[in-house]
Design a protein around this ligand. Structure first.
Ligand SMILES: Cc1cc2nc3c(=O)[nH]c(=O)nc-3n(C[C@H](O)[C@H](O)[C@H](O)COP(=O)(O)OP(=O)(O)OC[C@H]3O[C@@H](n4cnc5c(N)ncnc54)[C@H](O)[C@@H]3O)c2cc1C
Ligand SMILES: *[C@@H]1O[C@H](CO)[C@@H](O)[C@H](O)[C@H]1NC(C)=O
Ligand SMILES: *[C@@H]1O[C@H](CO)[C@@H](O)[C@H](O)[C@H]1NC(C)=O
Ligand SMILES: *[C@@H]1O[C@H](CO)[C@@H](O)[C@H](O)[C@H]1NC(C)=O
Length: 430
């Protein structure tokens, strides 16, 4: 594996982190805790970044995984949610359900949970849930359900704000707007020496860390390893009384159609429904590489466009009819596509670039990265300092293209229709 720095880089060297989401901010904070003195985070917007994947009213916090590594990490993360991040964590319980008797993702998850000596409530008749959650109205008799009283959801925007305040207090600098928006990595030979930004400036660095989520292909073509997929989300404004009527409900995901829904937000009374699916592909031309790549736009904020492809809108409505029929015909107060960074097996990509010196990547959240906010920085910086256990070296490596063709998506948890490329007209609405 090439000629990258074998030793941890000197702690006084300037480090630039591009991207202020979960991956970038947690890395910045951990670097600072380990004594790195000159860490700067660049982003298009100050965090919480409005259209970043790490920002929304809610994200699922669960410890059920069909993978023992993420399962253990998620249990560690839950401790963080219940302590330092408790103001942002809502301990409501978590439910997975499936129409079919044997859903491969659930089977694998159960195997791992049992191997860890843990249990889930396994209910052959979904209506058994109604004793635990009396506000549930829907008939679930035909569903197999799996309930864990541990787990719930987090206020994504609030916890990102907290994390970025901690970064500022630790002495990390933030640069946003045109000077924080990176157009390209500048190289000298095989070394990255800094970045060129929209304001026209060049910002030098000894190390650049790319934590640019779904936008990563604009700066470094890693199309074989990570791609952007838009996933639909819908929001409904309830009255305080309506919100109270469904307050005692868990976070629920239907693994047969990928639809998931949250209890209403306590103060603002917003009901949210979304789909964990193969999503919608999009592509734009990268000025850094002169190629058409998978990425959302860099220069517009799609969080306030309120656009969804028609069939995604209908699927969310239908899902809501199944979970919360009493609110299924309410108009959306907002709706949007949110960007996953998909990877072949749903694994994160956290690695020194195999051939370019001075470049480290921490991307590939693959639709499940948020819950790790309290702990992911440690794992990333262990990779950065080359002291992570061997398991991570393999699992999170940045592959070079091997010509094997189409990107396989995810970890087996997705449902719904196959990935569809958005039309030019639809892309124009984002
Ligand atoms: C709809 C949806 C639902 C999800 N649900 C869950 C869930 O329930 N539970 C869970 O654990 N995870 C969930 N996830 C996944 C999780 O949110 C992501 O894995 C995680 O937020 C990824 O963080 P990130 O730091 O990689 O990306 P982001 O938060 O997107 O950060 C990347 C940042 O890079 C910046 N950037 C990119 N390019 C440039 C550039 N050239 N110059 C300057 N700045 C740049 C962007 O502005 C952005 O702020 C969900 C994701 C989505 C989209
Ligand atoms: C960080 O590095 C930059 C670029 O070399 C330099 O201009 C700046 O003075 C350094 N800041 C600190 C606090 O050392
Ligand atoms: C991209 O194309 C433009 C115009 O053809 C050219 O000037 C530029 O050098 C190219 N950039 C790269 C990185 O190839
Ligand atoms: C789960 O999805 C299946 C397939 O779309 C659907 O038939 C079923 O009604 C859904 N159940 C719930 C409770 O969402």
């Amino acid at each position: 594996m090439a000629n990258r720095t074998p030793q941890p880089p000197p702690k006084a060297d300037p480090i630039l982190i591009i991207g202020a989401g979960v991956f970038g901010l947690s890395t910045a904070l951990e670097l600072s805790l380990r004594g790195y003195k000159n860490v700067t985070v660049l982003d298009r917007y100050p965090p919480p970044v409005p259209d970043g994947s790490s920002v929304d009213i809610s994200r699922i916090i669960r410890t059920e995984y069909a993978d023992s590594v993420y399962s253990k990490m998620a249990q560690e993360a839950l401790k963080g949610w219940k302590s330092e991040y408790k103001d942002y964590y809502h301990h409501t319980g978590f439910v997975m359900m499936s129409e079919t008797a044997s859903n491969p993702y659930i089977e694998k998850t159960l195997e791992i949970i049992h191997a860890q000596g843990r249990t889930l409530d396994e209910l052959a008749d979904g209506n058994g849930l109604k004793e635990m959650y009396p506000d549930l109205r829907v008939d679930m008799s035909s569903l197999r359900t799996y309930h864990n009283p541990e787990g719930g959801w987090a206020d994504a925007q609030g916890s990102i704000r907290h994390l970025s305040h901690k970064c500022s207090q630790a002495g990390i600098s933030f640069v946003t707007g045109p000077r924080g928006t990176v157009l390209s990595l500048r190289k000298r030979g095989s070394r990255v020496i800094g970045v060129d930004v929209v304001s026209g400036d060049f910002i030098p660095a000894a190390q650049v860390i790319l934590s640019t989520g779904a936008w990563s292909n604009l700066l470094l073509d890693v199309s074989h390893a990570a791609s952007a997929s838009g996933q639909p989300v819908g929001f409904i404004q309830l009255s305080p009384e309506e919100a109270r009527s469904i307050a005692r409900t868990p976070v629920m995901i239907n693994l047969t159609n990928g639809i998931f829904c949250f209890p209403p937000t306590p103060e603002t009374h917003i009901l949210k429904v979304a789909r964990h699916s193969y999503g919608f592909a999009t592509s734009i031309s990268s000025s850094a590489t002169n190629r058409t790549v998978s990425s959302p736009k860099l220069d517009s904020n799609n969080a306030d466009k309120s656009f969804l492809p028609q069939e995604a809108d209908e699927a969310l409505r239908e899902g809501l009819r199944q979970f919360m029929p009493q609110f299924a015909d309410r108009p959306w107060s907002n709706r949007r596509l949110c960007w996953y960074t998909d990877t072949p097996e749903g694994d994160f990509v956290v690695d020194h670039h195999p051939v370019m010196d001075g470049l480290f990547v921490a991307i590939g959240g693959a639709g499940h990265g948020f819950k790790f906010l309290p702990v992911i920085g440690r794992y990333i910086v262990d990779r950065y300092e080359d002291c992570a256990p061997e398991a991570f070296r393999q699992k999170w490596r940045l592959r070079l293209p091997d010509g094997s063709g189409d990107l396989k998506i995810g970890d087996g948890s997705r449902a719904g229709p196959p990935l569809r490329m958005l039309t030019v007209e639809e892309q124009g609405k984002l």
